[in-house]
Design a protein around this ligand. Structure first.
Ligand SMILES: [Zn+2]
Length: 296
């Protein structure tokens, strides 16, 4: 039992990581994105190295931004389990449950329709998304889906607004905000060090919050942009639904956010195509970086 508590899964996003300075940094294949991927990798590496020094194993790292391919695996310490690309079941996004007692969330952002750096929930097409009248943050969905497998949400990092929201929803969650960006290289190094220390403290703390298991009924309301960014000036639609099941809540939002027009039978194929694209994008990023030492 003690062994299983000393195993950690890290979900890593980019918007709240140290090298994402604006919207371009979160946008696939931009030069800013390539730079942000490097810094995101170094953020994750700093935390992993600190956790490994405490003897924590296994450590599973899940690449959780956009295509699911942002981390440069060759820059991460050996011995970790890295998951890139998304899986459908049983845990949406992750697939099979990781061998982990605790969950850490790095590089996260605030909920759709709230202040906060690049705030959104699942997709920027949700202009606003509330459950029982409160803005819904992604960490609630992630922590809730891991909570069903007994994994305890323990540590969270992102912009200050994201940290406040996460701490308010999940009591006992340790949070460590990222300052406003851009940061100088020295400031980034210093912050990364503080991040690794805060993560270590959370890992060895005796008490972790209980698994997060929100209970229904859930009354969901969202305002949805009918056309993606950049397409024709989009209309916005209000939609609402209710459910008693957290898993159903999460699934319906995922379908709306990512595959509104894909028939369910096609989802595995759509995910596979998405992964091929993601892998190719990261390979391109790596090549561009290797050639210039800098994507700019
Ligand atoms: Zn993201």
């Amino acid at each position: 039992m003690a062994g299983s508590m000393m195993s950690i899964v890290i979900l890593a996003d980019i918007e709240g990581s140290s090298g994402c300075t604006d919207r371009e940094g979160a946008r696939w294949l931009t030069r800013d994105w390539i730079a942000a991927c490097r810094e995101m990798t170094f953020d994750v590496r700093a935390v992993v190295v600190a956790l490994q020094a405490l003897g924590i194993a296994p450590i599973t790292v899940v690449d959780f931004h956009r295509t699911g391919f942002n981390l440069f695996s060759e820059l991460l310490p050996p011995g970790i389990r890295l998951r890139q690309g998304y899986r459908l079941r049983p845990i949406p996004g992750l697939g099979r449950p990781p061998e982990a007692g605790r969950a850490f969330f790095l590089g996260m952002h605030a909920a759709a329709g709230t202040e906060g750096f690049l705030a959104h929930t699942l997709t920027s097409r949700f202009r606003r998304l509330t459950v029982n009248g409160r803005p819904l943050a992604e960490v609630e969905l992630f922590a809730g889906s891991l909570g069903a497998w007994g994994i305890r949400p323990t540590f969270f990092s992102g912009c200050p607004v994201a940290c406040d929201q996460a701490a308010a929803r999940i009591s006992g969650l340790a949070v460590h905000p990222v300052p406003s960006r851009p940061m100088t290289k020295a400031a980034r190094e210093e912050w990364r060090h503080s991040l690794a220390e805060a993560a270590s403290r959370a890992a060895i703390k005796h008490e972790a919050p209980p698994p997060y298991r929100p209970t229904g009924p859930f009354h969901v309301q969202f305002r949805w942009k009918t056309h993606p960014e950049g397409a024709q000036a989009g209309r916005e639609e209000e939609t609402a639904f209710s459910t008693n099941s957290f898993a159903d809540l999460y699934w319906r939002l995922l379908r709306q956010a990512y595959f509104p027009s894909v028939p369910p039978g096609w989802l595995p194929l759509a995910l596979r195509a998405h992964a091929v694209m993601g892998r190719a994008g990261l390979a391109l990023a790596r090549r561009r970086w290797d050639r210039t030492g800098d994507p700019r």
